[in-house]
Write a protein that binds this ligand. Sequence first.
Ligand SMILES: *Cc1c(COP(=O)(O)O)cnc(C)c1O
Length: 438
Amino acid sequence: MLYYSLKNHKNLVSFEDAVLTGLSPDGGLYMPKCIPKLKPKFIKKLPTYDIHTIAMSIIKPYIGKNIPEKFIDNIIHDTLNFSFPLKKVHNNIHVLELFHGPTLAFKDVGAKFMAGCLSFFSEKLEKNVTVLVATSGDTGGAVAKGFHKKPGIEVIILYPYNGVSSLQEEQITSLGANILAVEIHGNFDDCQKMVKKAFLDKEINKKYTLTSANSINVGRWLPQMFYYFVAYKQIIVKDPIELIFSVPSGNFGNICAGMMAEKMGLPIKFFIASTNINDTIPRFLRNEKYHPLPVKKTISNAMDISDPSNFSRIWHLYKKNIFQLRKKLFSYKFTDEETLSIIKKIWKKYKYILDPHGAIGYLGLRQYLQEMNNTLEPGIFLETAHPIKFLDNMPPILQKKIVPTKELEIFLKKKKTIQKISLSKDFNVFKSWFLEKK
Ligand SMILES: *Cc1c(COP(=O)(O)O)cnc(C)c1O
């Protein structure tokens, strides 16, 4: 499979180069040259396949011959070693839980998969590969864990000062070895801008072989298609059906992966991009003006993003046509008050504990179904993180009810050395630090 840059469709590279560089030298995101179609028979038989078989079938064409099949098989095996349960919350509303991985957020799948690919590619290189990544909280932890002690790879994580939860910060700053945590006095968009600038900087690129592990990188982004297939596999209702997905969205990588799954042939009727008050996309869908406002802090901090990178991929997938996009996508925003109130209500009525991100997913799905007067079709919202990751942001009456997972208990008890570097959001300050660090 070849990949082209969204800024210049003539700039074609292999999967290997797309993963190794993250972003095209012209600053554009990479897109696969074609979207392979799955056979209708495959979709029909999906409920009978195991998750390994499903993942292999969907991802193989995107890699081609760049990685031998045996290795892809190992990477998938390593990546999908936890569960992705689909549960009914009430009536036709279902939740797909994506937080059973090592860092308790959905980003574990993309991060581990990409780490596996990068390890394979970096063996042939003389220089180390430096992964430079900006995080709104969960990418940092997942990338740190997924890349920890991988030979030939060094990881630098930029995260916003005071912008991530305490557990998230601990996950980023406590591993050491090849993982460097850098706290930036700014917000996530500032961190993301720095990463993009670093990629285009001549001096930095002369010294380092840089890549990114944000959903900008196709190695991080594409494996997320898997969630939508695994939801379809588990939902047992009358055949044939089309699903409705509500995705709590920040950088719009996850929902864009869902759109790729749909283009491959998975029967998805509609997507709902649910956001917090950082609502660039809900506004865009109304008035077709892309106008990011300054980022506002919310209790769903992993979505405190106002200039989502992956929207350029979505816009491209729908041929830059607002009418086509509106046929497949709605987008709603919700406030912190609405988020807290629905968390309490769902616990009271159905004994299910939503995290602030999943709560926004739930709210978006509910609003869509109400507007459509739809009480029959199965709707699924993605629960993107375990509520314990955002304990400080949860309603006080629920905080004591949230039980940590076994893995988390071990992590919390372990003695840790916190290591971080603190820098201003001035790119030149970051650049001098980066060029001079040992
Ligand atoms: C990253 C993240 C999101 C947003 O996902 P995008 O792919 O950036 O839209 C939502 N919820 C949680 C918990 C996250 O960590």
